[in-house]
Design a protein around this ligand. Sequence first.
Ligand code: ADP
Ligand code: MG
Length: 397
Amino acid sequence: MNYNKKTVRDIDVKGKKVLLRCDFNVPQDKATGAITDDKRIRAALPTIQYLLDQGAAVIACSHLGKPKNGPEAAFSLAPVAKRLGELLGRDVVMAADVVGEDARSKAAALQPGQILLLENTRFEKGETKNDPELAKAMAGLAEVYVSDAFGAVHRAHASTAGVAAYLPAVSGFLIQKELEIMGGALANPKRPLVAILGGSKVSSKIGVINHLLDIADTIIIGGGMAYTFAKAQGGSVGTSLLESDWLDYCNDMIAKAKEKGVKLLLPEDTQCAKEFSADAEPVLHGSMSIPDDMMGMDIGPKTIAAYTAAVQDAGTVIWNGPMGVFEFPNFAEGTRAIAKALAATDAITIIGGGDSAAAVAQMGFADKMTHISTGGGASLEFLEGKELPGVACLLDQ
Ligand code: ADP
Ligand code: MG
């Protein structure tokens, strides 16, 4: 996949109407509808501000939640328009629909330096079906398409991909950064490339393991998926998370790594618990000999030492998935130690995955990382080496 795409800096937007796909899918309070975290709105500001400063008229759009049957007040983007206006310090005009009468007349009247927000793109049934009629109608509102919704680029929807068939299409700054850093690390990494893979299940990370085995120099396994590897190698894992259907797969991956000369590191010791609980007392056991009545919850100190050493001389580190049940302070040490090691290296450090990003932020290391990918599902598919429709549709450099 080509990650070298044109950006807003490569085209002239002065005096033009720009359709800007944002990721305004913000969390909201169920009862009041109040936005509980405006991070995604703030993340969109640099691209919006740049376009306005260049003299463009910005027609922003996004989906919000999962409305099933057309327009529904609970999924309106009106609260986002209000917050966006506060952050920009200027009026944001809100359209009552996506490509209807109101959106069309407001888009037509929009002047350079002004911003209009369309209603939730999923109020149109054609959105998730990537209906060409809808894409054409959206394109008809503007002269240029800019995509900055990295969180949605793995979906081929009308507003994330379809519309690019009818307008010159480039990336905003958020997508540009994802492509530059994540794309760069996957396509042409500064070596050695170390991939740290954890989280709960092997089965949810198959695509990532497969792809990274092809490009990494070292693969480090932690989290819940480690027990399926341990069991596959003849270990006892007690009541730990185990995916019996994936035992052969784990052995195949170990063999494939050996064949390719990729170092594959598995935990030596494991912090265990009698039950899955925040109050459970950590007990240390060898990773191949977890007692029948205990479950693995985190990597142990020997493993932490080996893993942090493996990270030390890395050129690039890609981390997806926590090393243990970091939500419980008693079992957060492995994840914290890895985060700390990444914060201390000179390597390019990339965090992909929602829970890993949350762990790094919660532990106070977020600003020490080169890049924390903003799209959960999108970053996973990126790491799988899949073609992302919302990226593929943009103009090549
Ligand atoms: P990401 O969102 O970063 O891709 P995942 O969603 O794959 O990560 O996994 C995160 C979850 O994995 C966390 O909720 C964490 O508690 C869980 N996890 C990590 N280690 C274990 C373990 N040993 N046993 C059970 N769950 C685990
Ligand atoms: Mg997750």
